[in-house]
Design a protein around this ligand. Structure first.
Ligand code: GAL
Ligand code: ZN
Length: 658
């Protein structure tokens, strides 16, 4: 199987989406000159080129792309070639309206933007396959080709009649018989029993709350339907170029795709990262998504898109202050990325994204953005050979699962304030602030390599996952679980006792009597700390109460329970308390921080033999580092400590005594 290494060949890929069809050909020459100046070695072509390549059904205009591919080859720049199937041309919707998605109300999603395709439409799939076939036949042998990029951020949803048919086929494969489906969906409730498969529809607009098991299956189905589109195109390009890796860029922590499952079908796992430059925890967020993507990739991953400055889809879009683009780029490398790319190379002057930054901004080559991009390019060129074949080690895994997320975020639950990604973020932040390196895993993965496994919140756990967690602790692992975990089975059926019996035994809990969600602005006191969001009325069996509720209805009852190496945290402790708790448990489990005594806001990451020190804080700091090192970026000797300016980075290699 090809891998990212087949694209990078010992370098870090550096570049971005390049949309030259938006510019006159003279501009292409200037682009190439500046790309070389910036150390760009990779451009992603074709992402939105469908209408240009196929101006009318079945036509092909490849001449411009031929010239571009050759231009890139002549200049030593590799091409990540996209199948342009995420944005069908207007002729498709106009001639084949059934390819357009319908929303839950049956309203059509029209052309005039992008991504207006129904993943279940055979007509859409037919056109996409034909174009992919021709693209692969034409460029499969081109020396500039480094990687295939299928579609772009697969994210469409559709509730149309074709989707209904497709959904039924998917359901038959999952449930076998209509009786089994009725059982799994609990259709005895509210007279929802299905007599035949034909009666089943996607969960469309309804009078009141929808059947949660149906919604859950529909989310699984939608992820799978998109995956089928991906696999169909991947198979075509792979047939032409079995040695060229294939990817499709994920949106980070995006609910619409089960990225664990998708990653199994990708040669290269890639992601697009857009933390908010104003977010005081943006660095932690970037770290978390790097950890997650690396774990999905089980090795090096590709950052296929980030912004050199502002995006243009937030309410207020802030540029990146000096140094932040470099800091977050090097941080991604530290977390295992072997490709640092942007959306996009040259900032557009027209269209919906004209205020979205580019590597080459409206300010041009003298602009600060481009000057910083050049610096990043030269540093990455230096790093590539040093990092070749290296990885990032973590002794702690955070469990994350799409099924659970989907089941959790539905109507009819006890608290609408429970925001799954935010909870995952809180737990990652607690570990990150203690400089404890983390990986992510799915609850049914082999966890034996980790000293500590944390479960921020997994409402749904199937039997395989539960047995896996129990076995993990029995075999010597330490497990810390957050609230409302192990409540539902794979069909969103609540397990008796408020938590699966095997888990209750594991945590030493006899019964979860009631869940007590907290109001948005409510806090509850526990022994020495406050907590938010959630609380639970627990009765312990063999578990020891580590902290009790000290205010509210649950005063005196256990908040945190420990049963040997298994811990259950029935609320969300404030950040400092969660950090202290996890640092203590991690220490007991033998997991070590990368460095001790780091100033606040400074992150240390080890990749291979290199130690990255990253200053996410607002001020310059002195960082104590035991021993003697060489800073490969600052070209200085580091003896005992190093100065880092705001957004500063040091890349240290130990100096062997002469
Ligand atoms: C991504 C997308 C790009 C561009 C970018 C803007 O979601 O793949 O095409 O739109 O966002 O931030
Ligand atoms: Zn549809």
């Amino acid at each position: 199987m090809p891998s990212l290494h087949d694209s990078t060949r010992g370098r870090i890929l550096f570049g971005g989406d390049y949309n030259p069809e938006q510019w006159p050909e003279e501009t292409w020459l200037e682009d190439v000159r500046l790309m070389k100046e910036a150390g760009v070695n990779s451009v992603t072509l074709g992402v939105f080129s469908w209408a240009r390549i196929e101006p009318r059904p079945g036509a092909r205009d490849f001449g411009w792309l031929d010239r571009l591919m050759d231009l890139m080859r002549l200049n030593g720049i590799g091409v990540v070639l996209a199948t342009p199937t995420c944005s069908p041309p207007p002729w498709m919707g106009s001639r084949h309206p059934e390819t357009l998605p319908r929303d839950e109300d049956g309203r059509t999603v029209w052309w005039g933007s992008r991504q207006q395709f129904c993943p279940s439409s055979p007509v859409y799939r037919g056109y996409a396959a034909a174009l992919t076939e021709d693209l692969a036949a034409r460029y499969g042998g081109h020396p500039a080709l480094r990687m295939w990029h299928i579609n772009n951020e697969y994210c469409t949803h559709c509730w149309c009649d074709e989707t209904a048919r497709h959904f039924r086929t998917w359901l038959r494969a999952r449930h076998g018989t209509i009786d089994a489906l009725n059982e799994a969906w609990g259709t005895a409730f509210w007279s929802q029993r299905y007599d035949t498969w034909d009666e089943i529809i996607p969960p469309r607009r309804a009078q009141y709350m929808k059947n949660p098991a149906q919604v859950l299956d529909f989310r699984r189905f939608t992820s799978d339907a998109l995956l089928e589109c991906y696999v169909a195109e991947r198979d075509i390009v792979a047939r032409h170029t079995p040695r060229t890796p294939v990817t499709s860029n994920f949106m980070p922590l995006w609910s619409g795709q089960d990225a664990w499952k998708w990653a199994e079908h990708e040669d290269v796992v890639s992601v697009d990262l857009y933390p908010d430059p104003r977010d005081p925890h943006g660095g932690q967020y970037n770290a978390m998504l790097g950890d997650m993507t690396r774990s999905q990739a089980r090795g090096p991953w590709a950052l296929l898109e980030q912004a050199a400055g502002a995006v243009n889809w937030r309410g207020v879009n802030h540029p990146k202050p000096r140094g932040l683009n470099r800091l977050w780029s090097l941080q991604s490398v530290a977390h295992g990325a072997d490709a640092i790319c942007y959306f996009q190379w040259r900032q557009s002057r027209q269209g919906a994204e004209k205020f979205h930054s580019g590597m080459l901004s409206h300010a041009g080559e003298q602009g600060r953005t481009f000057q910083e991009v050049k610096r990043i390019g030269s540093e990455l060129a230096l790093l590539g050979p040093l990092l070749e074949g290296t990885g990032v080690r973590s002794e702690i895994a955070i469990l994350h699962d799409w099924d659970s997320w989907w089941a959790d975020q539905q109507d009819g639950r006890l608290s609408a304030h429970v925001d799954y990604p935010e909870i995952v973020r809180s737990w990652h932040r607690a570990l990150w602030e203690s400089n404890l390196p983390t990986a992510f895993a799915r609850p049914d993965h082999d966890l034996s390599a980790y000293r500590l496994v944390v479960v921020p919140h997994l409402y749904l756990l199937d039997d395989i996952a539960i047995d896996n967690l129990v076995r993990y602790v029995r075999d010597g692992g330490t497990l810390v679980s957050g609230f409302l975990t192990g409540v539902a089975d794979q069909d969103d059926r609540v397990r008796a006792g408020g938590m699966d019996a095997r888990l209750r035994e594991l945590f030493g809990i006899r019964t979860v009597h009631e869940w007590w969600p907290l109001d948005a602005d409510e806090t509850v006191e526990c022994d020495g700390f406050s907590a938010t969001l959630w609380s639970e009325e627990l009765e312990v069996s063999t578990g020891e109460t580590v902290a009790s509720y000290g205010s509210g209805e649950l005063t005196g009852l256990p908040a945190i329970v420990r049963n040997g190496r298994a811990w259950y945290v029935s609320t969300l402790p404030e950040p400092a308390a969660l950090r202290a708790l996890l640092a203590r448990v991690a220490g007991d489990a033998g997991a070590r921080p990368v460095l001790d005594g780091l100033p606040q806001g400074v992150e240390a990451v080890r990749r291979g033999e290199l130690l990255f020190l990253l200053n996410h804080g607002a001020k310059s700091v002195t960082v104590p580092v035991p021993g003697r090192h060489q800073d490969l970026l600052g070209k200085r000797c580091v003896d005992g400590s190093v100065e880092l300016e705001r957004h500063g980075v040091a890349l240290l290699r130990a100096r062997t005594p002469a």
